[in-house]
Design a binder for this molecule. Sequence first.
Ligand SMILES: [Zn+2]
Length: 85
Amino acid sequence: MQAIAMRNLGDAAMVTVKSSQKIFTDAEVATLTGICLEHLRNFAKSRHLGFIARAAEAAGLQADQWLFTPSDLMVLVTLFPRCTH
Ligand SMILES: [Zn+2]
């Protein structure tokens, strides 16, 4: 367990350094965290992380786009292990 926590903290730090973004799409979060889209969405719903931005259609994104803030991303990285399936 300790090794997993340390690994996750390392990932979180790495994501923070790399990112100057304010908003992340679900696909970007999946890439950054190693969590697949299916698990990411299920986890986000159960934890009330992220938000669905229909207004983002104006920006050319698909309807019902899941979006995440950097703090959402940190929570995901810290609490949810990478998918291994
Ligand atoms: Zn998965």
